[in-house]
Every structure is written in structure tokens, then in C-alpha cells.
Design a protein around this ligand. Structure first.
Ligand SMILES: O=C[C@H](O)[C@H](O)COP(=O)(O)O
Ligand SMILES: C=C(OP(=O)(O)O)C(=O)O
Ligand SMILES: [Mn+2]
Length: 408
């Protein structure tokens, strides 16, 4: 695998062109020179995953695009360094694997399991400052969650800590921590361009399994990367970088997504129309999914683009509870999933995946009257550093509901 310095000039030119484009949601590093040093250090380190694994995931996602598999993607909204313990990683992987088993056994299709794990350290935010007037927490890879001005400064050395934490989490996952089951691939939002750039590798495609079958430019920070709702500008740096990669990639699409724009993403990110390369993760909200999703699915299908259609029923359903906590109602989450299935059944397309924020820990972050979590109960174990997650019980209940929908 070739690191940046030994790449052919053409590859370097295309990458430079992509990264010169406007990039939303990047931190203003206190010391930009230090960010370059860290990126160069990352370039010299071993990659976190290997091209052959990425290729294997891509071919499993191709099954999902063809209607023969279901993709389960989930984990913390924001992983943190402090919570990167064996217990927490085991609980999250265990919850995912339990969901995968339920979906596979009761839903009747093979499940491709993807963790939001081992790298989900960067967060896009809706405001640059928090209620105290401090720079907002952008994830442990950028700054610290504690409300003190020094800790909130964007520190590029945190990217090296993120690499180390991701490596440790991966080590546990590869060792089978969290219980037996299916292979768990890793994923995160491809948000922080300096970090992603440091883990790009050019693989020769030597067919040995190490270099990947076809070769190409791989983002080896994770097997799968997605572009978030806030950074999916068609001519922006995130889309341009994703277009250069051999990895399977996803794009989050919210209720404001014009169907023509969805086709444009597909043209840009998957011009070869390869099943498995592109996943659209819709996050419309329970109130909008039945109205907004059909036109997008229809136009993309009519244009002949094979994509995995996945449903994120979390991010369109965020609200503030009367107590002030950022929360989501489990009933809204279930309703968006039902709406997603209804749309695909109506159109004859494959509802191919579920993308959720969850933890195996017994947190109380989502409002769930049937499960005994009302507004006053949210304070009990509200531990997330960003968005509210389903706990293990809620996630398993959702898996049961999705399996029933998959069967029908
Ligand atoms: O997952 C992330 C959140 O939805 C995103 O960071 C926005 O959150 P905020 O409105 O708290 O900034
Ligand atoms: C920020 C996220 O989602 P979105 O980009 O869909 O808002 C997320 O997945 O945590
Ligand atoms: Mn989130």
C-alpha cells in the first residue's frame, strides 16, 4: 500500500482538487501547522482496516442493493475517549449482534452488521457556540466536552488519540468481544477531512487480499464511511473526496433532498452503477417520510441507479423534552420505520437497511412510555455527549418490529 508521498501525480492532483473545495463543519485548528504534522504522522501509521475487508463489505452490500440482504448499522451518536472501555464497546457490539440475530432469524434475510464504532468521534453541529457562549463540542477528535475554554479549543493532536482509541476498539471487535455472531464491520461519518486524509492509502490491487481485488484509493479509517446531512453539498469537499474512494459510501438524505439532487449524488458517487457502492440513508422524520421519500426513490430507481436504501429513524425525530433534554420518542422512531417500509412496498423497491443510534448500556435518553421512560425518567441515565440513543431493550424491541416488517 502506497502512502501519499509515493502516489502517482495524477492521484495527488485529484485529491488536492477535491480537498480544495469548500468543506463545511471543519474545526478552526488553533495551530494549523500542527494539524499538518498530525496528518503526516497518520499517513505513516498502519491503516486501521485492510482493502480486502472493505471489498468484502462492498460485495455484501451489493447483496442488500439486490434485495438479498439487510444492513444493520448502529452505535453511539458520538463515541468518546472516556467511554471507550471494554465494557462499553462490548455492550454496544453485543446489542448490535443481538439485533442482527433477531433480524436474521425472524426477518429471513442475511444481515450485514456495521457498527458506528472505532472512529465515530467527529460531530457536525447546528450552532458554532453552546449555551455558555463557548465553542461547541465537535467530538473528542476535535475538542473536549467539558465546558471550559481551554478544553474547547480545537486540538489536532486529538486525531492521534482518536486513531489509538479506534485501534483499541477494533482490537476488541476483531477478538469477538461482545459475543459470537456475525462479522462486525466499522463505520463513521467522514466528517473530519484532516483525519480521513491521513488514513487514505493507495492499494495496488494485487489480488493477494491485502491490496484489495481491484486496487484504488481506500479510506482505511473504517470499512464504510458516510456523508452527513450537513456536509453533503454536491460540489463540496466531502462529496468530492468520497467520489475518489474505493470504499462503499453512504449519504444521509433529509426531507429537503430534491429527487434530482439524489440522482446527482448517485451519478457523482457511483457512475459505474455498481451495486453495493452507494447507500442512501434517509432521515426524513416520522411526519415527512411518507410524503418526501417516494419521489426520491422513484427518481433514483428510474435513473437506473442500484443503491441500498437504509432508514435512519433517529435524526428526523429529535426534539426537546419539557425537562430540557434533547430526546426522541420511541413511537416516532417506530413510525418512521413503518413509513419507510410502506414507501418501499408501494414502489416495489427493497427496504434494505436500518441505521440507528444505540448503546447496550441501560441509558434513559429516548422517551418511551411503554418502556417506562417518561420525561422525569430521562435524568436517570442520560449519558450521551450528543444525540439520544436507544438502549439495549429498546433496540431489540425495534429489531423485532423491523423483522416483522421484513417478513411481510
Ligand atoms: O448527530 C448529531 C446531531 O444531530 C448534530 O450534531 C446536531 O446536533 P446539535 O443540534 O446538538 O448541534
Ligand atoms: C449527525 C448525524 O446525522 P445527520 O447527518 O443525518 O444529521 C449522525 O448520524 O449523528
Ligand atoms: Mn447523531
Amino acid at each position: 500500500m502506497l502512502t501519499t508521498r509515493s502516489w502517482p501525480g495524477e492521484t495527488r492532483r485529484r485529491l488536492t482538487e477535491a480537498l480544495q473545495r469548500p468543506a463545511a463543519q471543519q474545526p478552526g485548528w488553533a495551530d494549523p501547522g500542527a494539524a499538518d504534522d498530525v496528518r503526516e504522522a497518520l499517513e505513516r501509521l498502519p491503516p486501521l482496516v485492510l482493502p480486502a475487508e472493505v471489498d468484502r463489505l462492498r460485495s455484501r452490500l451489493a447483496d442488500a442493493a439486490r434485495g438479498r440482504a439487510f444492513v444493520l448499522q448502529g452505535g453511539d451518536c458520538a463515541e468518546t475517549f472516556a467511554a471507550n472501555t471494554a465494557d462499553h464497546v462490548g455492550a454496544n457490539v453485543g446489542a448490535l449482534r443481538a439485533m442482527a440475530r433477531a433480524l436474521e432469524q425472524d426477518g429471513g434475510r442475511p444481515v450485514v452488521t456495521l457498527g458506528r464504532i472505532a472512529g465515530q468521534y467527529a460531530k457536525p453541529r447546528s450552532q458554532p457556540v453552546d449555551v455558555l457562549g463557548l465553542p461547541v463540542f465537535r467530538g473528542d477528535i476535535v475538542n473536549g466536552p467539558e465546558p471550559d475554554p481551554a478544553g474547547r479549543a480545537a486540538d489536532p493532536r486529538r486525531m492521534l488519540r482518536a486513531y489509538t482509541h479506534a485501534l483499541a476498539a477494533l482490537n476488541l471487535i476483531r477478538a469477538g468481544h461482545g459475543g459470537p455472531g456475525a462479522e462486525v464491520f466499522t463505520s463513521h461519518e467522514a466528517l473530519l477531512l484532516d483525519y480521513e486524509r491521513g488514513l487514505l492509502r493507495l492499494a495496488a490491487g494485487d489480488g493477494t487480499g491485502r491490496g484489495g481485488e481491484t486496487g484504488g484509493l481506500y479510506a482505511l479509517s473504517a470499512h464504510f464511511l458516510w456523508i452527513g446531512e450537513r456536509t453533503r453539498q454536491l460540489d463540496g469537499a466531502h462529496v468530492a473526496l468520497a467520489a475518489l474512494l474505493a470504499n462503499p459510501v453512504g449519504v444521509k438524505i433529509g426531507p429537503g433532498t430534491d429527487p434530482e439532487l439524489a440522482v446527482a449524488y448517485a451519478e457523482r458517487l457511483n457512475p459505474g452503477r455498481e451495486p453495493g457502492r452507494l447507500t442512501f440513508i434517509s432521515r426524513m422524520g416520522a411526519g415527512a417520510v411518507r410524503e418526501k421519500l417516494p419521489a426520491v426513490v422513484e427518481r433514483v430507481t428510474a435513473a437506473g441507479h442500484p443503491v441500498v436504501w437504509s432508514c435512519d429513524p433517529m435524526h428526523g425525530n429529535t426534539r426537546e423534552a419539557p425537562s430540557g433534554y434533547k430526546t426522541r420518542r420511541v413511537t416516532d422512531i417506530e413510525d418512521e420505520v413503518r413509513g419507510f417500509f410502506e414507501v418501499h412496498r408501494e414502489l416495489g423497491t427493497h427496504p434494505g437497511g436500518l441505521h440507528i443510534e444505540l448503546t447496550g448500556d441501560a441509558v434513559t435518553e429516548c422517551l418511551d412510555e411503554p418502556g417506562g421512560i417518561d420525561d422525569t425518567a430521562l435524568a436517570g441515565r442520560y449519558e450521551t455527549h450528543c444525540d439520544p440513543r436507544l438502549n439495549g431493550d429498546q433496540a431489540l424491541r425495534l429489531a423485532g418490529a423491523v423483522a416483522a416488517l421484513t417478513r411481510t
